[in-house]
Design a protein around this ligand. Structure first.
Ligand code: ACO
Length: 395
């Protein structure tokens, strides 16, 4: 096939970026897999806004709870009252972490990060899950629900252990969002705090083929198991270019300190060519719709908690990064300060992303397992030509 026909084929297949990228031996190469369609999914799309199973996130954030959204993502339909009550009660029954795993959380060195202990904790849960190696749809759904119930306990317990506080068991009377706040802080949250946490969980729940979800799908494609896929996904999410950004965002807002310092801080960052965490996105070049939704809750909470100065810092940085670099904020930009206004410590932010994204990851694991083909791309070799082998005495 000559180079011309490769271009025609690629155009028909919708690979818009092909012409901009390198063709070597008639093979297209896209650094970072940018623009590559690497699989099919029915779970969500970012085309025309973020849509979960056919429902725009704007509507879900306003009208649903996180549990309804979790049910939707896992079961492909919104639950009626009866299904939701069943789901809630299975989740409450599943909110049990085996004693050895709980003990293990106390034995990890205190300096280990929340994401590291969570990754190991999820790996440890696998040893106690009787269905660990079953990959039928029912077994995967059951494991997903167990993980959804257990992960907040891992997060909250580990956090309280590192602070020298007694752990707080889940309260089955509370909503998923309220329970997370309750287990972390030991206090019942207000209605506004519960709603803000719930909306953040909805917005973090799913995002098609992002790096961590793709990791989970790659692991699943080898016919490995749900816990392995989720453990790998947590590792991918931890990086500051992905979920780890929300923790760095708060560090920036605190480092800047006052709105008066914000412009100088941004100009320094530009001059030193530093990446500003919480801005830019591989797919959303015009703006992340999730950030728009969460900003409203930031403003409300800032007002309630007397954090208007942090809102001003955020607005100044946002305006400058957008106008001078053309980079709009992503979800991690508002979520960091939202969690701060909720009284949560920074080391919890990326783990809280996991508490929500477990649902999206699990839905992708199930989808991949149901229609599997090993994910195994090729690389372009840039190493040495064939070399004559040198025996030890000649090297
Ligand atoms: N700050 C400063 N410059 C940036 C930023 C940023 N946040 N994001 C992109 N750029 C610049 C890059 O330096 C690069 O400039 P150059 O062409 O002059 O070298 C250009 O924009 C393109 O950057 P890439 O990294 O190639 O773009 P990509 O699409 O791969 O980036 C990413 C996406 C990784 C999210 C990037 O925007 C980034 O690093 N953002 C900060 C980290 C972050 O907020 N991550 C959270 C992602 S959303 C989520 O996980 C919920």
């Amino acid at each position: 096939m000559n180079s011309n026909s490769v271009h025609q084929l690629a155009f028909i297949a919708g690979f818009k970026l092909l012409a901009e990228h390198v063709l070597m031996n008639n093979e297209a190469y896209y650094p970072g897999l940018e623009g590559v369609i690497a699989g099919e999914t029915e779970i969500s799309t970012v085309d025309g806004g973020l849509i979960y199973r056919g429902y725009p996130i704007e509507e879900l954030a306003e009208k649903s709870t996180f549990l309804e959204v979790a049910f939707l993502l896992l079961n492909n339909k919104l639950p009626n009252q009866e299904f939701l009550a069943d789901f809630q009660s299975i989740l409450s029954e599943s909110a049990v972490v085996p004693e050895p795993v709980l003990n293990f959380l106390t034995e990890i060195p205190l300096h280990s990060s929340g994401m590291d202990s969570l990754r190991t904790g999820i790996g440890a849960l696998a040893h106690f899950d009787s269905q660990v190696d079953e990959s039928t749809k029912d077994a995967n759904l059951a494991k997903a629900v167990r993980l959804l119930a257990q992960i907040p306990i891992l997060i909250a317990n580990r956090y309280r252990i590192t602070k020298g506080m007694k752990t707080v068991p889940p309260n089955p009377e509370l909503s998923f969002a309220a329970n997370i706040l309750y287990m972390i802080t030991g206090k019942d949250p207000s209605a506004l705090h519960e709603k803000a946490m719930d909306v953040s969980l909805i917005l973090y729940a799913e995002h098609e083929f992002n790096a961590s979800t793709f990791t989970a799908r790659v692991i699943t494609s080898t016919m490995s198991d749900m816990h392995s896929a989720i453990t790998g996904a947590v590792g991918a999410l931890k990086g500051p270019l992905h979920g780890g950004a929300n923790e760095r965002v708060l560090e920036v807002l605190q480092e800047v300190g006052t709105a008066d310092n914000a412009e100088a801080w941004v100009r320094d960052a530009f001059a030193e060519k530093r990446r500003i965490m919480g801005f830019g996105h591989r797919v959303y070049k015009e703006g992340d719709p999730r950030a728009v939704i969460l900003r409203k809750y930031c403003q409300e909470l800032a007002e309630e908690t007397g954090n208007q100065e942090m809102e001003k810092i955020a607005d100044t940085i946002e305006e400058l990064v957008r106008s001078e670099k053309g980079l709009p904020p992503n979800l991690d930009w508002p979520s960091a300060r939202l969690y701060y206004y909720l009284g949560l410590d920074v080391e919890l932010y990326t783990p809280l992303f996991v508490a929500s994204r477990i649902v999206g990851w699990a839905a992708h694991v199930i989808e991949q397992a149901e229609n599997n083909r090993l994910i195994r791309p090729r690389s372009r070799y840039t190493g040495m030509e064939k070399q004559p082998y040198k025996i030890m005495s000649d090297r």
